[in-house]
Write a protein that binds this ligand. Structure first.
Ligand code: NAP
Ligand code: GFB
Length: 324
């Protein structure tokens, strides 16, 4: 019996990187609010398969036979981790991405949603950045390894979709934060780093040290809001071209303002100091969410201070088990 005669397989979604910040948010949203109708969900961690290994990757895909994939798995980290490991960020992500997309084709996955980042856009650019600008020039020198690896997903998506006809697309989140983040101070991102540092400074009676000048600007999206949007992309977005998933330009804040939000959420009384010997990294990467709003005029985001408070409360309640 040909494939065409077979009834379409029931929807089964395989999530790579299911144990990370975004993966755990997706698990929560699917569990509490329902995922795609009647779909079965499988969330992988590296314990299930090392996606750097092509055999283990294919074996996981053959075991689960997904119809859809949300590809979150990656080597990721904050500015300072990227600055120290550009080659590792390039190699790990290029290998993981090729293994995952190749395995998806081999088991007949009909749609893959991969993840880029707003930090992969050209450093010298006009603002706000939009989806058309990904390949218009070199990325910032602090994270070029990660940036080029992620940009190749967009190239692969076009090639796979052209050659095999599947719908391989990608989302482009801005800086994400929330429960289950990587709170490691030297390898993690700014918000979890500030939460962890404020928690320790509170216990030690020392000031909160913010790295850099505090002047750079960022847009932050709460992991649960991002998870809801990824779910929408999985079920309702049919372009191969990627889509930025971010709060609006008007919600961009400075690192100093982000630190002040953490101080308020933790009721921290120890004062803030700035270690300007540390890099500021990219000053800004203001992204437009106009394309998202064209599709989803109703889109709403958790108020930033509420999201920071929920993240701080989660960290304090899960300090012993949190990644730090
Ligand atoms: P994360 O918290 O660091 O989680 C990474 C996930 O990838 C974990 O589940 C990890 O598994 C898995 N993984 C890493 N290496 C693996 C390997 N060799 N084999 C199998 N699994 C592996 O990352 P995240 O913040 O959730 O990011 C998810 C996606 O969003 C990434 O593609 C990232 O580039 C993108 N993104 C993130 C941000 C952000 O600010 N966080 C911003 C823009 C885009 P283990 O738990 O077993 O290690
Ligand atoms: O999240 P982050 O590390 O990465 O933020 P990027 C770096 C900015 O926050 C710099 C300041 O301006 C830092 O000086 N900062 C202040 C801190 N205190 C801290 C702290 O305790 N920890 C950290 N990490 N920063 C990343 C890319 O850029 O964006 C990655 O390098 C990734 O590839 C991520 O895509 C989303 O936002 O600068």
């Amino acid at each position: 019996m040909s494939d065409q005669d077979k009834a379409p397989r029931p929807m089964k979604v395989l999530v790579t990187g299911g144990s990370g910040l975004v993966g755990r948010a997706l698990q929560q949203v699917v569990g509490e609010e329902g995922g795609a109708k009647d779909a079965e969900w499988v969330f992988l961690s590296s314990k299930d398969a090392d996606l750097m290994n092509p055999e283990e990757t294919l074996s996981a895909f053959l075991e689960h036979e997904p119809t859809h994939v949300v590809h979150l798995a990656a080597m990721i980290g904050g500015l300072f981790h990227n600055m120290r490991h550009n080659l590792d960020f390039w190699r790990h992500n290029v290998i993981i991405n090729d293994n995952v997309l190749q395995a998806a084709v081999k088991v007949g996955v009909v749609k893959v949603v991969s993840t880029l980042s707003t930090c992969i856009f050209p450093d010298k650019t006009t603002y706000p950045i939009d989806e058309s600008m990904i390949h218009n020039g070199p990325p910032h020198e602090t994270n070029f390894g990660y940036a080029y690896a992620k940009r190749m997903i967009d190239v692969q998506n076009r090639a796979y979709s052209q050659q095999f006809g599947g719908r391989f697309t990608a989302v482009i989140p801005t800086n994400v934060f929330g429960p289950h983040d990587n709170f490691n101070i030297s390898r993690g991102h700014v918000l979890p780093g500030l939460v962890h540092k404020a928690y320790c400074a509170q216990k030690e009676g020392t000031p909160l040290v913010v790295w850099g000048s505090g002047r750079p600007r960022r847009q932050f999206i709460y992991s649960l809001d991002l998870a809801r949007l990824i779910l929408w992309v999985l079920t309702d977005y049919d372009e191969i071209d990627p889509i930025i998933l971010s709060v609006g330009e008007e919600d961009e804040i400075s690192i100093k303002e982000a630190a002040e939000a953490v101080v308020e959420a933790m009721d921290f009384k120890g004062g803030i100091s700035f270690d300007t010997s540390k890099s500021d990294g990219q000053f800004m990467k203001t992204a437009s969410n106009a394309k998202l709003r064209r599709y989803r005029p109703d889109v709403a985001f958790t108020p930033f201070k509420q999201a920071v408070k929920e993240t701080c409360d989660w960290f304090a309640a899960n300090y012993d088990s949190a990644r730090k």
